[in-house]
Write a protein of this length. Structure first.
Length: 441
């Protein structure tokens, strides 16, 4: 066995654990037909949404009283009723007795009002404080458990947040941790079947020949979407394999081509007889160099594929009316776009630009009945990360609260959550799929 393999085995063995190397807990991920959680849910807090929560959850979750001694898989706490800083002790009062009762891969979901939508100063201060609490408690949890904060608009019903709660209270969010998701006061339709929330929607996935893109195509198809798989002509064999696997269609296409948007629309019309409902801008490349050593070709390739193509394709499809009413646009950003990364000025620039695309078009998509969001992966186990030297790879895996790397399916599940019509109230968000990376916000 090669030296690298031996070292990796040692790091991930009981010997490594004894030496203080963090060993991540195996995460419970979603599987169709299995329960969303493997234990009961406790509901508590004080707020206007508390009375609605049992009716929303009881169909697919077992609910138990907060005073029960039994272990629980999730704790949902509504804090929308807190309006003064002096009341923040209620977070402690409710959650302190619950913490040691949480099962492995457990969930804590805190619900608050969106701070910037509140007029009262005290209420706004309290709502904003929930972010510090949620991110901190996420870093305290062990054995694969996670914590998230859902900001709900003050005039929104809980139904607008149902898809978000279902995502967070399931294995679909296994590698999402310490995140803040904003839900607006838009009526979101309930799918006929929560296991097929994308039924009847047509999706485009770029960079679909392999890796994360292929997995995104698979998960969208699993959830009921028809999928157009897009990649460069040179990746034709992998592209065909993905398209066949998801029973979709393949479109060999350079996304940087001037007519890329036109060809996407033409393919959707000719092969599927309809407009595009979902577009996932996953295609991307890296050309890492220190800025002082980078040539213009390395800069331009990353710029044009990672950012210019998603911007221009989206703009042209919108202008031509080729995105269906209620369309969902999903960008693939990166932790590098949030925290920066040495040797990746080109890459980080484009991935921050993807977040800018979300900010710029959120209003327009909402006006059309749709949404735009981005997913920002951290360390995901791919062929690229497998080729890294052992030291940097093992450090990268453990620089998060879950002490492990994520899987391509973790990114794909978040994309599918954004893509559902039941998530139309989720707009303008960037959700990190990074196990709560210890770098960046």
């Amino acid at each position: 066995m090669a030296k690298q393999g031996i070292l990796e085995q040692l790091i991930n063995s009981p010997v490594g654990a004894k030496l203080g190397v963090p060993q991540g807990e195996p995460l419970r991920r979603y599987a169709p037909g299995e329960p969303l959680l493997d234990g009961p849910v406790v509901i508590g807090g004080r707020g206007r949404l508390l009375a609605e929560l049992p009716a929303l959850l009881q169909g697919d979750y077992q609910l138990v009283d907060a005073a029960a001694e039994s272990k629980r898989s999730a704790i949902v706490v509504d804090l929308t009723g807190l309006t003064a800083p002096e009341e923040l002790h209620e977070i402690y009062d409710f959650l302190n007795p619950q913490m040691k009762k949480l099962l492995p891969s457990g969930r804590i979901v805190v619900i608050g009002h969106t701070p910037e939508l509140l007029d009262d100063a005290d209420a706004r201060i309290v709502a904003r404080s929930l972010e510090g609490f949620s991110r901190s408690v996420a870093k305290e949890l062990r054995r694969g458990a996670t914590a998230q904060l859902v900001y709900v608009a003050p005039d929104a019903t809980l139904a607008s947040a149902e898809s978000t709660l279902r995502f967070l209270l399931s294995g679909k969010s296994a590698f999402v941790d310490g995140q803040v998701i904003r839900v607006s006061a838009i009526d979101a339709p309930t799918p006929e079947n929560w296991e097929k929330p994308l039924q009847g929607r047509l999706a485009v996935v770029t960079g679909a020949a392999r890796g994360i893109g292929a997995t995104i195509a698979e998960v969208l198809a699993r959830d009921g979407a028809d999928v157009i798989c897009v990649d460069i002509p040179a990746a034709g064999e992998g592209l065909a394999n993905t398209a066949n696997k998801v029973k979709g269609t393949a479109l060999p296409l350079d996304v940087t081509a001037a007519d890329a948007a036109d060809r996407l629309a033409q393919h959707a019309n000719e092969r599927h007889g309809r407009k595009i409902d979902i577009i996932v801008h996953n295609a991307g490349v890296t050309r890492d160099k220190l800025l002082a050593n980078m040539n213009d070709g390395q800069w331009n390739m990353v710029q044009n594929i990672n950012l210019v193509a998603p911007v221009r394709i989206t703009e042209k499809l919108l202008a031509a009316g080729e995105l269906a009413e209620g369309a969902s646009v999903i960008g693939v950003s990166s932790m590098a776009g949030i925290s920066g990364n040495r040797g990746q000025t080109n890459y980080a620039t484009t991935k921050a630009g993807v977040i800018g695309l979300v900010d710029a078009l959120a209003g327009e998509l909402a006006a059309r009945g749709g949404n735009i969001n981005a997913v920002a992966p951290g360390f995901i186990e791919t062929d690229m990360t497998a080729a890294m030297p052992t030291g940097p790879r093992e450090i990268g895996r453990r620089l998060n609260s879950l002490s492990q790397g994520g899987k391509p399916v973790d990114v794909a599940e978040t994309v599918a959550y954004f893509a559902a019509t039941s998530s139309k109230a989720v707009n303008g968000n960037v959700v990190r799929v990074c196990g709560q990376n210890l770098l960046g916000a």
